[in-house]
Design a protein around this ligand. Sequence first.
Ligand SMILES: [Zn+2]
Length: 323
Amino acid sequence: MKADGFSDLIKAIHQLDHYQRKTLSIALAEFSDTSQAFELIESHFDSVGVCPHCGHSKLYRHGSALGLQRYRCRTCHRTFNALTGTPLARLRHRSKWLDYLETMIHSLPLRQSAVEVGVHRNTALRWRHRFLSWLKRDRPDALQGITEADETYLLESDKGHRQLTRRPHKRGASASKRGLSKQQVCVLVARDRAGQTLVEVTGKGAMSKAQLTEHSKPVLNTDAVLISDSNPTYSAFCKTEHITHVAVNLSKGQRIINGAYHIQNVNAYHSRLKSWLHRFHGVATKYLPNYLGWRQALEQHHNISPGAFLRAALGDFQQLTVT
Ligand SMILES: [Zn+2]
């Protein structure tokens, strides 16, 4: 707002009636509630500082809208704000975001979150997945030293899908086919002894060597020692990639080799993951990567603040480690 306009606004305050003064003061109070979220969003943008359309950094300020600074790019001349091009663009009720993120930090089920924050269930669902959309990209830089790997399987779910081609599963349904089938979605967990963890959905049915390579090769150090069960996919992968491999033959009752080689940390991770997922009463397979990212953030970082969660939702994971 220009200086003239602002002084007119201040003068106009004296002309307000009782009802208008009350309305204005509610609006101002709401605005100061939102300021923390806005501050975080703006300061995140200051650290990025580039046009979301073309990536150039020569910008100038171009007014503001809905409480956020607008910018215009000197290169492509398009306008934007700190949320343009992020999963949070155009989401409303920003004053409630931090409270909502607090409910996510406590892993509250959807209905409870919605009630706590005072938004509709559909809004709460949309927010959940928008906040997780980039958060799930947080991956370890490298898995090093002794690294355990094992897959676990979750039943495929169309939950929330409107056009079911088959009768929906009842909650807690089990696969109609015994053993591994395409109804099972494979989740690979690899974890080094420093606790760095890679969690990836590899696809439906048993994990192939190509899938294992695709997901683990970018993060697994070549001098790591990979521990797995006797699934031959791991030994084939390690042979090709020249990675030292130790297989624990669980079916023969073997659990630990040389006092150090086991996959118990990864198996404990699987069981914590499954019991955590239980509260959501089955998650849609298309959203599974979001839930895995959410769980992983809670596993990896203790005492996450709502503000750090918000910045992570915008792709800045540095704050998560600050306690
Ligand atoms: Zn631009």
